[in-house]
Design a protein around this ligand. Sequence first.
Ligand code: TXA
Ligand code: MG
Length: 369
Amino acid sequence: MRRYAGTPAWKVSVTMDTVTVKIRPCAEEFTAEEDAALRRAGSIIQSGGLVAFPTETVYGLGGDALNRESSRKIYAAKGRPADNPLIVHICRLEDMERIAAHVPEEAFGIAEAFWPGPLTMILPKAELVPPETTGGLDTVAVRFPLDKTARKLIEYGGGYIAAPSANRSGRPSPTLAKYVAQDMDGRIDMIIDGGPVGIGLESTILDLTVTPPRILRPGYVTREMLQGILQKVDMDVTTLTADSGQAPRAPGMKYRHYAPKGELTIVEGSFEAVIGYINRQTAAERERGERTGIICTSESGPRYSADVVKCVGSRRDEAGIARKLFSVLREFDDECVTKIYAESLEAAGLGQAIMNRLLKAAGHRVVQV
Ligand code: TXA
Ligand code: MG
């Protein structure tokens, strides 16, 4: 048995050999070797095993969505509470109608506009899907990813792969296979290393079981983009505030998430005030023996001094910031940083998803200056 610090005994699984296979990220066709590796991965899934794989958003931890034992294994490998449902990944549009009891008209319009791609739809669940996969809910989350390796694995794995992000519960979602290995080595059968992911934040979750449809988790597909297809789209109030007094509608959004080991604080205010405040704070904390870190943008980077200063890119390039955010959060752990300050970003468009993840990573600790 392998013990992880701070892990209750019931969440510890037996150590197994985790095999890693590499698939070139952007190649047009799979080589015979790659295809054989993906077939092997598919047969692991079909026989009840777990395989981590790349998607365009983050790496997923896959098991057969129709096999209740596979879903139980996913929860155990992640150390995830069993009331937090999994997303079912498909590779053919028609499969949406097999796992959903009823597909509303809007879902077809959304699928046409955004699938395959970084969008998950919540629909009423069909009998076929066991309650273990949906955390006991009578709805099911469905996603048709764009990533070609993911789609081939889903096909070889039998068509329905339940996959949460491939991190241990509470950690940032993995954007590289090495981060999957850090969290999952010895706990799953295989890791498919498909290189760095393209987007870096998890899919947008859209609940189509309510009227009007509601975004439960912001992502690359923004509210503005959805409004181009649907007449009205609501946003779950809990996505950007901690004190709405309501429980999030996506069960997973209520858990502490993405958190680095150091204490993270977000600083909001004018450009100059934020820089001044963060520099004063980190100087004072270094005096007290803390190891300090700053998450900044290229516009302000040269103005900071701390033990570790990490730039997530330009404020004008939100997609670049999204791609880097989770790896930066993990790097602070590797560098043993104890106090971290992050500049706040504009919460519009993709910035909404970035701020949603940053706020959760900070446990909603925000300072106004
Ligand atoms: O981009 C993604 O969505 C990645 C990749 C691997 O596809 N997956 C992912 O899964 O982020 P996970 O399990 O880390 O996050 C899924 C979220 C959780 O917050 C969960 O509570 C919510 O989706 N969810 C799943 N099924 C749901 C349902 N039936 N109703 C409401 N929320 C649901
Ligand atoms: Mg996750």
